[in-house]
Design a protein around this ligand. Structure first.
Ligand SMILES: [Mg+2]
Length: 189
């Protein structure tokens, strides 16, 4: 007879159970600038909630590179609404947002869902009309799932990160492995 704790463990790591799926993105992209309005249209998405550090630029860099700047302009031309949602503080987020001419939510407290809801409301969109773009499973993606929003996981721009994030990267590995396996098998969320 299987012990109760083993049941729980099996459930937690079951790719068919809900627990692991809380950490899975809806889809992924190598870089944010690879996301097209056409792809968002197929997802029913009209607005993007964008993480900053390691999604649009490396940690604490004042401005994204040209590919991201061009992509942001293209998104605006394609009618995709944009807002920044960062756990970083206003002195980091505000000058970055001002440079790009974007609205923002600083101190977002991701993965708590309240910041995602505020960001959707600020764009005048419903939860399902927004997608979260971010590089971290335990903040960006978990929060999107808790808020009921689609999400797009991007590869971190730079792995030279603060030690607490490097620790989280280790914990992300088994989740990414499971997510990759499910995608290969044609399943997933
Ligand atoms: Mg990030």
């Amino acid at each position: 007879m299987i012990e109760k704790s083993e049941h729980l463990l099996a459930f937690s790591f079951s790719t068919k159970g809900n627990t692991m799926a809380l950490f899975f993105p809806t889809t992924s992209a190598t870089r944010a600038c690879h996301i097209t309005a056409k792809r968002l249209g197929r997802m029913g998405v009209k607005g993007l909630i964008l993480d900053i550090d390691n999604t649009l630029t490396s940690h604490d860099a004042p401005e994204p590179d040209k590919a991201i700047l061009d992509w942001l302009e293209q998104m605006k031309r394609d009618g995709i609404r944009l807002i920044l949602l960062s756990n970083n503080h206003p002195p980091r987020v505000q000058p970055f947002a001002d440079r790009l001419g974007l609205a923002f939510e600083a101190d977002g407290k991701k993965p708590l869902p309240a910041g995602y809801r505020r960001a959707a409301a600020a764009m005048g969109l419903s939860i399902k009309e927004c997608a979260v773009v971010g590089d971290q499973i335990f903040t960006d993606i978990l929060g999107a799932n808790l808020a009921g929003m689609p999400s797009i996981l991007v590869t971190p721009i730079d792995y030279d990160e603060p030690v607490q994030i490097r620790f989280k990267r280790v914990l992300e590995k088994p989740i990414l492995w499971c997510y990759g396996k499910i995608r290969k098998e044609g399943g997933g969320r």
